[in-house]
Design a protein around this ligand. Structure first.
Ligand SMILES: NC(=O)c1ccc[n+]([C@@H]2O[C@H](COP(=O)([O-])OP(=O)(O)OC[C@H]3O[C@@H](n4cnc5c(N)ncnc54)[C@H](OP(=O)(O)O)[C@@H]3O)[C@@H](O)[C@H]2O)c1
Length: 234
């Protein structure tokens, strides 16, 4: 499969490495241009391209950049991309990093906001797993304790394709439902960065409480603020 990845950082680089090893053709883009991705491209086997080229002729596009940067992507990026092309959103909103996004602060779900910016439905996945776990924890199907990942998004055919990609990568895939259910895997929710197996993930998704979304976000954001503060001290 040909897959375009916009964002060549911790998550984009990790996905590129895995997918090239699995035999997929991977296009990788960042904000600074393909010439700045030569090293990563050589190391992963992905092809460095511009953002505009990362959405051309592919079956799947992954948007994996800081949430605030979604606003900076070229306008009409997806205008000529066939509607069958699946768009994956790995993003998380951290006010400490992204500044305020008033619509999301007002109750819009993070992936609803991303979909509105892109003018395309998206499938939320890989947002609740730390990149090192994504790197190190793929396992064959049936392995006891295999990490499970939640998948939420629209349309159902796109979600079905992403469920298959997640399984192929080495994780149990749990169908959360449409984008309207994606709040269950946003930052700070019970399933967030806990590397749960499928049974425990389903339980965590069921236990998530929508009325607590502001508290979940605040707890996750506090951890990020603490991390930034530790970087400044060192
Ligand atoms: N790190 C994790 O463990 C983790 C886990 C799950 C989900 N996430 C989420 O996934 C997203 C990506 O996280 P990350 O940690 O992989 O980020 P990262 O390591 O900081 O890398 C960000 C990448 O996005 C690119 N980028 C930024 N603005 C762009 C733009 N306007 N156009 C094209 N590319 C752009 C950057 O390119 P340049 O360097 O050229 O600017 C860089 O390659 C975030 O929303 C994050 O919250 C992260």
């Amino acid at each position: 499969m040909k897959i375009g990845i916009i964002g060549a950082g911790s998550i984009g680089g990790t996905l590129a490495r895995h997918w090239v090893k699995l035999g997929h053709e991977v296009l990788l883009a960042n904000s600074r241009g393909p010439e700045t991705l030569r090293g990563l491209a050589a190391e992963t086997g992905a092809k460095a391209v511009t953002v505009t080229d990362a959405v051309k002729g592919v079956e799947v596009v992954v948007v994996t950049i800081p949430q605030k940067a979604v606003r900076d992507l070229p306008k009409n990026l997806f205008a000529n991309v066939p509607k069958e092309v699946v768009v994956i959103d790995t993003g998380n909103y951290y006010p400490a990093r992204d500044g305020s996004i008033p619509e999301v602060e007002g109750g819009m779900l993070e992936s609803e906001w991303v979909a509105a910016q892109l003018g395309r439905p998206v499938v939320k996945v890989f947002n609740n797993i730390y990149f090192k776990s994504l790197q190190e924890k793929p396992a064959p199907r049936g392995t006891p304790g295999r990490v499970a990942l939640p998948v939420a998004g629209d349309p159902p055919e796109a979600r079905a394709k992403v469920l298959r990609l997640v399984e192929e990568l080495g994780f149990d895939a749990v169908d959360v439902g449409g984008t309207a259910e994606s709040w269950r895997q946003q930052p700070g929710t019970p399933c967030y960065t806990n590397d749960l197996d499928a049974a425990r993930l389903k339980q965590a998704l069921a236990e998530a409480d929508r009325s607590k979304l502001p508290q979940y976000r605040e707890a996750a954001d506090a951890a990020v603020r603490q991390y930034f503060a530790s970087l400044q001290k060192s």
